[in-house]
Ligand binder design. Structure first.
Ligand SMILES: NC(=O)C1=CN([C@@H]2O[C@H](COP(=O)(O)OP(=O)(O)OC[C@H]3O[C@@H](n4cnc5c(N)ncnc54)[C@H](O)[C@@H]3O)[C@@H](O)[C@H]2O)C=CC1
Ligand SMILES: CC(=O)C(=O)O
Ligand SMILES: [Mg+2]
Length: 467
């Protein structure tokens, strides 16, 4: 499992303990000291910051050991991740400085008034005269944040800020995090519509199912800018991209594989739909209570839709029963729900995408010896299947061609574009999906999105490099 770097601030009583004892205790508890800063030296007592590299699994034990030690007063524990979040992760910045009254009278009143009037006469001018053409809202209600569940809008903010950073760094898109303090479907729709004039696109994020389906559908119908629920379609697109390449590695065809998708929420529904569109003929959707079966009756419209698809199997059972002989497992459910025994019962040349965040369905170290291709949603293992490969380039393309919406052909083109970044000669078990830092990803996705938007008639502008 992954390591973290923590910083502990300790006050040492020199009568009771030496620094050597402290270092030995840290090492015994599994920590590796990487730096020491003396904050307040002293003859009887001293205060030091000790930076320790420690496995996530033993971090709390190590801290408990230090707390119990005679002669040590633990003043504070912070880790670099927390430090990175101090004051939030993004800021807004003017493009030009206001240095004198003349500047002021142009960017603000009175000069700005004629620009406002011009937009009032033709709202399309908002694209050329405001931030609209490069700005996306990242909107969450905090109800399905990563795999953490309903943690509320305040707690969702660090994820939305993170997405905004990625939009900007990877694709130059200005994205703004918006965390709504309501779970009411109608209120969310109304609020997003009301704030939409300043945005060129809406990226819905971490909104739980089934409300996310209705919210996205209604906004798509009622707004003329692209609306994209990242956890549904971003995830489905990147899964298809990874699967296309993984199938090449194991030399299987998409119409011959049996696929189990675990967790039929926002991500799972969209993955199932896209798998069917991509040609999968044997699909087993599974949620908490077991498989969703062909011919079954379900309360959620999306589950009912799945139960009516002939490619969905009719045999019922829990995950452990239905996973037997499967070629592919795709998990978008919860951490730790897949056992090694279940993996071992799959067919030969197993493909396992354990994508729950932050804890995958199965510990990658446990799964690896039993599978041919393993992928997770995490950045600390090979084959990171994460929707971050999708949304920056996809919105870059949509903004550049002023797409009215994101249609199915654009999504499929995005999946193929991502898969194509890994060349045949590079492709192997540990490299089925490009890194998010691979500069070709955003460029290829942007290109595929614009080309497909133009071909399918949803582009409202032809970018210069396409003329
Ligand atoms: N790697 C990636 O790019 C992405 C990963 N995810 C991860 O996928 C997971 C689900 O995300 P969403 O679909 O947005 O959430 P969601 O809340 O819409 O859906 C989760 C579904 O999993 C089901 N579930 C819970 N426990 C289960 C179990 N033991 N067995 C089977 N099903 C179970 C729930 O009933 C629900 O239907 C989260 O862990 C999230 O972090 C989601 C989007 C992208
Ligand atoms: C990656 C992502 O969007 C999620 O885990 O929810
Ligand atoms: Mg998400």
């Amino acid at each position: 499992m992954a390591n973290s770097s923590i910083i502990v601030r300790l006050e040492l009583d020199h009568q009771l303990i030496t620094f050597g004892d402290v270092a030995a205790a840290i090492s015994k508890a599994g920590g590796d000291i990487t730096s020491i800063d003396v904050i307040r030296p002293g003859k009887d007592t001293s205060i030091r910051d000790i930076t320790i590299d420690v496995a996530d699994t033993v971090e709390s034990e190590l801290v408990a050991t230090l707390k119990q030690q005679d002669g040590i007063k633990l003043i504070n524990v912070s880790d670099r991740t927390f430090l990175l979040h101090l004051g939030g992760k993004i800021t807004t910045q003017p493009k030009i400085p206001i240095q004198n009254r003349d500047d002021l009278s142009k960017v603000y009143t009175p000069g700005v008034a004629k620009v406002c009037t011009s937009i009032a006469e033709d709202t399309n001018k908002a694209y050329s005269l405001t931030i609209k053409r490069n700005t996306v809202a990242v909107v969450s209600d905090g109800t399905a944040v990563l795999g953490l569940g309903d943690i509320g809008p305040h707690a969702a903010a660090p994820v939305m800020e993170g997405k905004a950073m990625l939009f900007k760094q990877l694709a130059g898109v200005d994205a703004f995090p918006i965390c709504l303090d309501t779970k009411d479907t109608e209120e969310i729709i109304r609020t997003i519509k009301a704030i939409s004039p300043i945005f060129g696109g809406i990226n819905l994020e971490d909104i739980s199912s089934p409300r996310c389906f209705e919210i996205e559908k209604r906004l798509e119908q009622e707004l003329d800018i692209p609306v994209f629920h990242d956890d549904q379609h971003g995830t489905a697109i990147v899964v298809i991209a990874g699967l296309l390449n993984a199938l090449k590695v194991v030399n299987k065809r998409i119409d011959q594989i049996r696929v189990v998708v675990n967790g039929i929420g926002a991500a799972g529904v969209s993955i199932c739909k896209m798998l069917l569109a991509a040609g999968v003929k044997q699909l087993v959707p599974v949620d908490r209570d077991g498989a969703i079966v062909f011919g079954g009756k379900y309360e959620y419209p999306m589950w009912q839709w799945l139960a009516e698809q002939p490619q969905v199997e009719a045999a019922s059972g829990l995950l452990g029963d239905v996973i037997h002989d499967a070629d592919v497992f795709i998990g978008v459910s919860r951490g730790g729900v897949l056992s090694v025994e279940a993996v071992q019962s799959m067919g030969p040349d197993r493909i396992v995408f354990a994508m729950a965040n932050p804890t995958p369905e199965i510990d990658p170290e446990l799964a690896q010896p039993h599978v041919r291709v393993l992928a997770t949603g995490r950045s600390d293992y090979p084959n990171q299947i994460n929707n971050v490969l999708v949304f920056p380039g996809l919105f870059r393309g949509c903004l550049d061609c002023r797409a009215q919406l994101i249609n199915e052909p654009m999504k499929l083109a995005t999946a193929r574009a991502i898969a194509s970044v890994v060349s045949e000669s590079e492709l192997n078990e540990h490299y089925i999906i490009p890194s998010l830092f691979n500069e070709n990803v955003v460029n290829k996705v942007r290109h595929a999105v614009i080309e497909t938007a133009i071909l399918t008639g949803v582009a409202r502008r032809i970018p210069r490099d396409f003329r």
